[in-house]
Design a protein around this ligand. Structure first.
Ligand SMILES: [Zn+2]
Length: 52
C-alpha cells in the first residue's frame, strides 16, 4: 500500500538542480556559490557579490 502523504513529502524534498555558476576568469572552472561571494576552489580566485 502506498502512503500518499509520504509520496508527496518525497517530491517536496526533491533536491534542487545544481545551478550553473559563474566560471572562474582565471582557470575556467566553475566557481562555488556562497551567500555573499563566489569563489574558485581551484585557484582561489574570489569575487564578492555587489550589494544593493
Ligand atoms: Zn580558478
Amino acid at each position: 500500500m502506498v502512503d500518499e502523504k509520504k509520496e508527496k513529502e518525497k517530491k517536496a524534498k526533491k533536491i534542487a538542480p545544481y545551478k550553473p555558476g559563474k566560471m572562474c576568469p582565471k582557470c575556467g572552472s566553475r566557481m562555488g556559490e556562497h551567500s555573499d561571494r563566489v569563489s574558485c576552489g581551484k585557484c582561489g580566485y574570489a569575487e564578492f557579490k555587489a550589494r544593493k
